[in-house]
Design a protein. Structure first.
Lengths: 299, 324
């Protein structure tokens, strides 16, 4: 981005635009539900582990402590090691969100750069980049992610990288098609004839116009990344030290909690995942409807 | 139906993509991570002579390009190598498992396409009504469900709690069937829960795509004409609307294949369904790389072919694209 870029919120009219978009989201029933769900999740992830810290070493002392149903002492019962499920689920929220957000940051960065370059430079950069994008677009994501995670190891960093580096193709496509239409617009042609450099045109004139679309896409990608992490962790490829909701469900499955009817063990982490994913999905769909020019014209 | 030039271009693209996938697969599993010998031997303490002998045996002492050539030659004979854990050729294991996965995915796909398109039409024909928004919200909620967790809940509710359905495998272990009919019934009762799980989770996008496509079509002028002619509502929606709204659904079905392949891995894991998906799960736990590699290749090629098929189908069905 150009150095003299004025922050979005300080630009004249930008505050009003933010306000208007916010009102549009809030007046949409689904959008409002999404915002509320995300608020609930944020409160859980920020304050939950502070109020009810989880100690992974606080295992049960005897067989009587294992897979116990909810009680006054353990609000959501205990897991197969006799640990508190309620506290574990609160701690897991942070890991799931952390992986989802960081992986999305990688996906969006890679996708946006590839989309901008491909859209702005027709000819060989565009065809090469789009070939690569199409290749990753047709790859079945889950098997690819499984193969990469199994090969490179089970740490949080690897999982974030693997999900991030496989989740960018759709963003690249969306950004590219928007840049393609922007670069032919009058204002870009004029700036170019005034002698502005490519970096300046893309940085200060095209990027700001693509940002709303990227933002709406980001929200949807977060939902996908969190689901990917949960699936990967459930299949036993999660970080065994940093236990996410997916990892909890893996241990619940492997320890036979479903067969023993220990619903208090496998329901909470799953509800957590659904809460987050649904929140981001509803919010993202509403944003997309408001910010995506193609959908907006349709009314 | 197709122009020769178009077909030639598609064939060229297919060959290029397949070559890219095979190369990617080779690089991924051979060049990037540690020493394959340690994986085979499962130990870092082999005497040097044994290491050298194993290297020669598996051709690992050759340059990478020569190894790649061997790899391509083996693939052309459907040789995927030797499983670490099963101690059998991977291709024979795959052959056993493939049918089970195809049965499961076939059953789920029939459900998903028929119900998904039906519900999408139902919602679009009642655009703006309570039934419409209810369908959309339901689709979004189901879309947000993790497949494996949905499976676990169904196992708990219908399998463990109500004892209505068996929860693992493809047949009852040790069962003796009096007739072919009995055996089919047993398989159907086993396939029920995995199919429902897949259908619940993957139906959402079919509903949403059918709905938004039909909503678009229903605003077009020829629909107004059809209504003005006095055709029945049912006739307008199905004969004039749905027929034209199905094109994006075909594009979506290529995407669906790549999604449902991931769904198969999760569902087969939860329900111990003896297919490729469960094979992948077991291979991951035991780090059986030759199996993992072959399964990845099979799924990738399947998805690529599905994409090609949907491209061609689109050409057949939409004359406007054919002209261009």
């Amino acid at each position: 981005m150009a150095t003299k870029q004025i922050p979005l919120a300080d630009r004249p009219g930008a505050r009003a635009a933010l306000r208007r978009n916010w009102d549009l989201i809030w007046s949409d029933g689904l959008g409002r539900l999404g915002v509320i769900l995300l608020g609930v999740v944020a409160v859980i992830a920020i304050f939950g582990p502070m109020l009810f810290p989880f100690d992974p070493k606080a295992v049960g002392r005897s067989a009587a402590d294992i897979l116990q149903p909810p009680s006054a002492q353990h609000w959501l019962g205990t897991d197969e090691l006799g640990r508190d499920v309620f506290r574990a689920a609160l701690a897991g929220s942070r890991i799931s969100l952390l992986v989802g957000l960081l992986a999305t940051a990688i996906s969006i960065l890679v996708g946006a750069v590839i989309g901008l370059v491909a859209g702005y430079y027709p000819g060989w950069p565009d065809s090469v980049l789009m070939r690569v994008t199409d290749f990753f677009l047709v790859m079945p994501t889950l098997p690819l992610v499984i193969a990469l995670a199994a090969l490179f190891g089970q740490s949080l960093g690897i999982i974030i990288l693997v999900i991030g580096l496989t989740g960018w193709p759709s963003t690249a496509r969306i950004v590219r098609s928007q840049v393609l239409s922007l670069r032919e617009r009058q204002f870009v042609v004029r700036i170019r004839s005034l002698g502005a450099s490519d970096l300046r045109i893309v940085g200060s004139h095209i990027l700001p116009n693509v940002l709303p679309l990227i933002f709406a896409n980001t929200v949807l990608v977060i939902a996908g990344s969190i689901l990917s992490e949960a699936t990967l962790a459930f299949l036993g490829l999660g970080d065994p030290v940093h236990v996410s909701w997916g990892t909890m469900l893996h241990f619940a499955f492997v320890s036979g909690a479903t067969g023993r009817g220990a619903w208090w063990y496998f329901l909470p982490p799953g509800f957590g995942i659904v809460l987050v994913v649904l929140g981001f999905t509803l919010f993202g769909h509403t944003l997309d409807r408001i910010l995506n020019p193609r959908l907006r014209e349709r009314g | 139906m197709f122009r020769a030039g178009y077909l030639a271009r598609k064939a060229g693209q297919l060959a290029l993509t397949l070559f890219a996938v095979v190369t990617f697969n080779f690089v991924l599993f051979r060049v990037l991570p540690g020493d394959p010998l340690q994986l085979i031997a499962r130990s870092g303490h082999l005497p040097p002579e044994a290491v050298a002998r194993l290297r020669a045996l598996f051709g690992l002492d050759r340059p990478l390009l020569v190894q790649f050539w061997y790899y391509l030659r083996n693939l052309s004979h459907a040789q995927f190598g030797f499983s670490f854990t099963y101690r059998r050729p991977v291709s024979s294991i795959l052959a056993e498992r493939m049918t089970n996965t195809i049965i499961l995915l076939g059953a789920a796909t029939v459900f998903i396409v028929l119900l998904g398109v039906g519900l999408g039409v139902f919602a679009a024909a009642r655009r703006g009504s309570r039934a419409d928004s209810g369908t959309v919200v339901t689709a979004l909620v189901f879309w947000s469900l993790p497949t494996f967790w949905t499976g676990m809940i169904l196992v708990f509710l219908l399998g463990v709690w109500l004892h209505a359905f068996p929860i693992s495998g493809i047949t009852t272990p040790g069962a003796v069937y009096s007739s072919w009919f009995d055996q089919t019934g047993d398989v159907v009762s086993h396939i029920f829960l995995p199919t429902v799980t897949l259908a619940l989770v993957d139906i959402g996008q079919f509903i949403l795509i059918t709905r938004s496509s039909l909503v678009d079509v229903l605003t077009e002028d020829f629909i107004l004409t059809a209504k003005a002619k006095g055709l029945s509502r049912r006739n307008v929606v199905w004969r004039h609307g749905v027929r034209n709204a199905l094109l994006p659904v075909i594009t979506a079905s290529a995407l669906y294949i790549s999604l449902v392949v991931g769904g198969a891995i999760q569902v087969e894991t939860v329900f111990s369904w003896p297919g490729i998906g469960r094979l992948i799960y077991d291979a991951v736990l035991r780090r059986d790389y030759p199996i993992l590699e072959a399964c990845f290749l099979i799924f990738a090629v399947t998805v690529i072919l599905a994409n090609l098929a949907s491209d061609l189908l689109y050409q057949v069905l939409d004359p406007r694209v054919r002209e261009a």
